[in-house]
Every structure is written in C-alpha cells, then in structure tokens.
Write a new protein. Structure first.
Length: 278
C-alpha cells in the first residue's frame, strides 16, 4: 500500500472524529481531537511504511512483527498520554490513563504474539519441507490446520513434492526400459552376426553343395534383414527419446514370422547341435 493511501485514511478518520466531537462538545474540542488524531496517527503510518521499506534488513519475520507491534503500541501510547496530560487536570486521572494504556498495549502485544507464533510455525514447516525436497527427499508432507494463504502455500508445496516423485518414477521406469531394450538389441545383434559368420565360412570353405549354398544365401539375406530391423529399432529408440515418433498399427502373419525366424536360426542351432523345427 502506498503512503498517501494511509495518510488519506488518517485524514478521513481524524476529520470524522473531530466532526463528531465538534457536534457534541463544540468546535474547539473537535479541532483539538482532529489535531490529536493527526499528530498521533502520522508517526504510526510513517513508521509502518518505513519498516515495510526496510523489511529486507529487519531480520526474521518474528523480528519484523515484534518491531511493528512495539512501534505501534509505543507511538499510540505516547500520543494518547500526551493528550491525556493536556486534557486531564488531575494527576490522579492522568496516571490511571497511563496505566490503562500500558495495560492495553501489553495485552495487544501478547495477543498479536500468540497469533504470530502459529503463523511462524506454519512458515517454518513450509521452509523445512521445501528444503528437504531440494535435498532429494520425496516422502515429506506439510501438515497444517490453517485455512489461510499459508495453508494454500503448504498445499502447493505438497503438490510439488508429489509431482516431482511421480516424474522421477516415470523417468526411472523409462530409463530402465531403455536399458533393457538396448541390452536386448545388443543380444539380438550377436545372433544374426554369428549366423552370418557361420554361413559365410561354410560358403568360403566350399563345404556345401550348390543347392545348400543357394539356401545359405537366402538365409544370409534374412539375417541381413534382421540386422537392418534392429538398427532401425535403435533409430526409432532415439526418435522415441526425442519425442519425434508416430505410431502405426499393422497386421503381422505370425506363421511366416516364426518360419523365417526358425530358418534364420537353423545354422546357429546346428552348430550347437540343437534341432529346431517350425
């Protein structure tokens, strides 16, 4: 709030108070009351805005609240006390007024400190939770019975921690799936390479007849196609991680796929003396 708004509110209050006193007790008393309200209220407003401007160097929030409460009580007490000395002719009445001011100020300060203690506790809970989340903990939650803006801040902090935990779980799942896929592709790459090596060695050493050589050539084409598909899968994986991929659904003839797979694995199985049929 800008200072001129506070001064405008003070002027309006002083004018209304002075007018009320003037209507009942006369113009002189009304004028004195308006001047008193202006004189005692202006330091309070000025001090409040000065404290607001200097709050960055005022220390903790508890220190700021204590300074604000103390300043308000002291300035109001001094202003009312000064007017009391001017208005009351009896020292007895002035002394009683001073005691009442001290008593009211003490009760006000205590009440505000009790209210601020709960606010500071909630702020401390939010601070500790955010700090714990920053250190890597995700099992923290702020519990508060308040229903004010601090409770909304606590709810936002709890939601942030839950969303971070969810995102990290999704990231870990995706990373695990990526590692499994790379391991599976690496394993699958060795199988056609081994079969290609066996087929190439058999053809190079002239250990098979023409018909078998033609069949081996066909099997080598199948293995090369498998290698191309695996390399394409790796390329699709990189696109998937980059988010640049579009899915398409196609029908696959499982009998032909199984037959081609068994035929491609036959040289490798023969080396291990394993019979495969489809």
């Amino acid at each position: 709030m800008r200072p001129w708004r506070g001064l405008l509110m003070l002027a309006a209050g002083a004018g209304a108070g002075g007018l009320a006193i003037a209507l009942v007790y006369g113009t002189k008393d009304g004028t004195l009351m308006a001047l008193f309200m202006l004189g005692s209220g202006a330091p309070v407003i000025a001090g409040a805005h000065l404290l607001a401007r200097r709050r960055a160097s005022a220390g903790t929030l508890s220190c700021q609240l204590a300074a604000g409460i103390g300043m308000t009580v002291v300035l109001v007490a001094l202003g009312v006390g000064a007017v009391a000395l001017l208005m009351f002719l009896s020292p007895h009445d002035a002394f009683i007024m001073a005691l009442l001011l001290v008593f009211a100020g003490t009760l006000t300060a205590y009440s505000l400190s009790v209210l601020s203690r709960g606010v500071l506790a909630d702020i401390g809970a939010v601070r500790d939770t955010v700090r714990a989340v920053g250190e890597g903990r995700r099992d923290v939650e702020i519990s508060t019975n308040a229903r004010d803006e601090i409770a909304q801040l606590a709810g936002a902090a709890n939601l942030m921690a839950a969303q971070l935990a969810e995102r990290e779980a999704e990231r870990d799942t995706a990373e695990s799936a990526r590692k499994d896929l790379i391991a599976a592709v690496s394993h699958d790459l060795r199988t056609p390479l081994t079969s290609l090596r066996l087929l190439a060695d058999a053809i190079e050493d002239d250990l098979v007849d023409r018909e078998t050589r033609r069949r081996y050539h066909a099997q080598m084409s199948v293995h090369i196609g498998s290698l191309s598909a695996l390399i394409e899968d790796l390329f699709e994986l990189s696109r998937l991680e980059a988010g640049d991929i579009q899915w398409s659904v196609q029908q696959v003839a499982l009998d032909e796929l199984v037959e081609e797979t068994v035929e491609a694995m036959r040289p490798h199985a023969r080396e291990k003396r394993v019979a495969v049929e489809a």
